[in-house]
Ligand binder design. Sequence first.
Ligand code: LMR
Length: 394
Amino acid sequence: MLENLQEQPKDKILALMEMFRADPRAEKIDLGVGVYRNAQGVTPIMRAVKAAEKTLWETEETKAYTGLAGDPAFAEAMRGLVLGDAVEAGRVAAAATPGGTGAIRQGLELIRLASPGATIWLSAPTWPNHPSIIRYLGMPMREYRYFDAAARGVDFEGMMADLAQAKPGDVVLLHGCCHNPTGANLTLPQWQEVAALLEKTGATPFIDIAYQGFGDGLEEDAAGTRLIAARLPETIIAASCSKNFGIYRERTGILMAVAENAARKPVVQGNLAFLNRQNFSFPPDHGARLVTMILNDAALRADWQAELEEMRLGMLRIREALAAELRRLSGSDRFGFIAQHRGMFSLIGASPEQVELMREKHGIYMVGDSRINIAGLTEAAVPKLAAAIIDAGV
Ligand code: LMR
């Protein structure tokens, strides 16, 4: 039987991670996978996470199963973090999932149950695992224009023109903030226009929010999601705690489905629990419990927010330093977009050959589409990266 298996295409981001590990050069720089690193190049365990883990170790008395949808307290804490008071709690069904990817997978399966044959609209470009999972599930998909490669910003006109073709029952996948891979984001007035267009077409929004707190701030980064959820009858949201709590390997995420009214919620909730049972039964609990403890304790929450803010501001400083160094070296403002983009990523506009050259000659690893992870860069490494970008002729 196993001889029938074919090689699967490698995930480009994860393949790059392996290549980086295998490179013996000491001065190599990893700008690939979306993992935050501090000035020392370390992915730290956040202070509040450490403190919560200590308390948990001292007080946790059982590892017995939680509920199929995870601990309701986690769902409640995450509803508050992502949605604030944008919608009534009684309309929000939610289930804990293994990471943000798990939430996306469960969300797509929910969509397939609710609207078989639904076309999923994806931004061009998007996180490569979006189309990969959709293809694997055999669901139809289409792209909408999103990134204007010349202006290195959002092609909003193209986006609106393409999304105008969405049909009722279709689903539009939107990045809640910190667009991956481009770093170019919608403004609040643009979110308003997207909401109006979704209303008009009858398509359902599916929001992937994996970097809340990495862009303009915790509240600011949730504003688009809240606006959509407040305005549309139904919204599906996949949220990740991997990045903003720095608990990547704990696999902590949540799928939320905002139902049209409270009467509809129990059936939606039942479907979320059913899907968890089919795919992995009970979701992982450790990370979810830490997040719940942090969000529900004023002191831990304040410390977490302060550290997250330090991380966010550090990324902004690096964006500015890189843009300034590139301005100095190129004598032009053509890399100014790096300081304008938000979140971990920017697409810097290098060709695949230029990306390869930077890897081979300078030991700088970025994804083939020239996505760089700003949080993988230290201030000390900025001059080296800027010089390599200019040397490669970008
Ligand atoms: C990324 O885009 O690098 C992250 O979301 C990590 C991943 O799983 O790809």
